[in-house]
Design a protein around this ligand. Sequence first.
Ligand code: UD1
Length: 421
Amino acid sequence: MDKFVINGGKKLNGSVNVSGAKNATLALLPASLLANGISEFRNTPKLNDVFTMLKLLKQLGAGYTFENGIVTLDTTLVDNFTAPYEHVKKMRASVYVLGPLLARYGEARVSLPGGCAWGPRPVNLHLEGLKRLGAEINLEDGYIIAKSKRLNGGKINFDIPSVGATGNIMMAACLAKGETIINNAAMEPEITNLARYLISMGAKIEGLNSSILHIQGVDFLNPANIDTIPDRIEAGTLLIAGAITKGKVNLTNVDIRHMYSLCEKLEATGVKLSYNSNSVTIDATDSELNSVDVITGPFPGYPTDMQAQWIVYMSVCNGTATITDTIYRDRFTHVPELTRLGADITVKDNSAIVKGTNKLRGAKVMSTDLRASASLVLGGLAAEGTTEVLRIYHLDRGYEGLESKLGQLGASIERVAGSEY
Ligand code: UD1
């Protein structure tokens, strides 16, 4: 298992390009199952999660190439409708094949995802939504068995604006007979990116960027090409890397409209931000960094995927901040590891209370999940001395070439291949 060795305390300075969004790609690729033929996905990030999705689609019968950031997917020979446990346990987003397979082929067998390191992550909203469209759904031997003749449009009201359930139902509804209305739909930019791809395939979807989606089912969809939006979580992580090291970092290939909540919070801490149409610069070189509270929420709220990074940032700011996660109430596995770097954090219910300290100190720390790993890397960049971040395979799921991007900004960070646990 690889690890990162970071010699911290260096101010980051320079410019890097942000990759395509992991969470958009993981929805876009399976959407190609809704049509017969070849689709092209540009600005696709090279990430382990993306390779996991491509392997799953291959197992279903699709062919693909992946070169220069472009995935070409051919769904002509798809003839297998099972997403096995081996895939789904690696990556919950595998459940995105459920809606498309069911809508196009009338059947799907998808392993139940189970929980994850920070608690239960149910798929009840996906299943209830598909049932509303007329699917027959049974759970057998740990698998979701879904069957249907042609799906029918229906009205769906989500109790929670789930990203995955909105994506799955939206994809299925495109080929249903009649109109589907999704109320309290997720408004995350990745969902809008997916909707735009579906529309370019011939789907009839109204209400993009809003919480009510109207989908008129069509008889068939055609393959299409799409540009993946920039990864707002990677961009946010790199902005915090600039802030936490009191550096000056410019990011290109960003869409600032997807990042207002984070940017506002960053500015409130005392850093300077400046924007162009597709770039943002953070300047913390002369800033007094002050603590700012955060409460995560569905888009356009502050993203839960930026919660761990904010906690480590608050660890070096003046004052005390409370960070509350309303999406994943137990998502705090990074806290004991950050404490090893000298952070002063107390978790109470779904909040972390972070007292700023003058200095973090390097230590060996263990990644527990994707965004937790990112927070440990940020801690290592800010800490005095050497930090070793173990088990960075978590990080490789969702950050494309993070060490080379940080290296380009002047960080001392090295990947060491090895077997240390
Ligand atoms: C997606 C993102 C993930 C992000 C999360 C929240 C992808 C591949 N992953 O995950 O990075 O952290 O959105 O922004 O895009 N819930 C239910 N029942 C369901 C589905 C969800 O109760 O059937 C709950 C979840 O437990 C959670 C909340 O709804 O509390 C939001 O989850 P959801 O938006 O579905 O997250 P994912 O789509 O899994």
